[in-house]
Design a protein around this ligand. Structure first.
Ligand code: URA
Length: 212
């Protein structure tokens, strides 16, 4: 797995504001979208393109366009939903599929409670959105899900990751033999004993949408 932690002062500035416990939900949502747009620029570096020529007012220009089949963006509900707008802004023609996953707060195991994805993902490049890579259970299950359906290129976009989650994802991906890139805004220190990232930003879903 290729790991890219985006090293940019604007990303660091926005991430710091996001971590701040006094940042309210509307600001948290806006910062998340802005951060994801910045990360998406890096995450789509290997998006497939094909040649295309256009007529400028002066002559023919040789360029490119996104290659079919359309890339698939998959936010993991609930917190990944807060990242969708920021991603769609950069790649508006991508298709969007949804996976709902919940983590059991005692076992830390992820279970799928909803899924709306194309049944055949053969040859598709997929971009998974999940703000917090903690134990790696949720993201790992989502990657397995997409690869089983035929996805052949996976990019995970997370705001923050813990080393424990990266290790687990790396182990899993070694078995799957599908190229995968993980793009982050920040790599944190560790997990606490209930699976939260330290220093982290708390519960991303709650901070985006409130406690339900
Ligand atoms: N999920 C979150 O929202 N925050 C964490 O720190 C870990 C998992």
């Amino acid at each position: 797995m290729e790991l890219r932690t985006v090293d940019h002062p604007l990303v660091a500035h926005k991430l710091t504001a996001l971590r701040d416990r006094t940042t309210d939900s509307p600001t948290f949502r806006r910062l998340t979208e802005e951060l994801v747009t910045l990360l998406a620029y890096e995450a789509t570096r290997n998006v497939r393109v094909i040649p295309r020529t256009v007529e400028t007012p002066l002559q023919t220009a040789v360029g490119v366009k996104l290659s079919p089949p359309r890339p698939l963006v998959v936010p993991i509900l609930r917190a990944g939903l807060g990242m969708l707008e920021g991603m769609s802004r950069l790649m508006p023609t991508a298709e969007v599929g949804f996976v709902g996953m919940i983590r059991d707060e005692e076992t830390l195991l992820a279970t799928t409670y909803a899924e709306r994805l194309p049944s055949d993902l053969t040859g598709r490049q997929c971009y998974i959105l999940d703000p917090m890579l903690a134990t790696g259970g949720t993201l790992g299950s989502a990657v397995q899900f997409l690869v089983k359906r035929g996805a052949d290129h996976i990019t995970c976009i997370c705001l923050i990751a813990a080393p424990e989650g990266i290790a687990r994802l790396t182990e899993l991906l070694d078995e799957l033999h599908v190229p995968c890139t993980l793009v982050l805004a920040g790599l944190d220190e560790k997990l606490n004993d209930v699976g939260y990232i330290l220093p982290g930003l708390g519960d991303a879903g709650d901070r985006l949408y409130g406690v339900v």
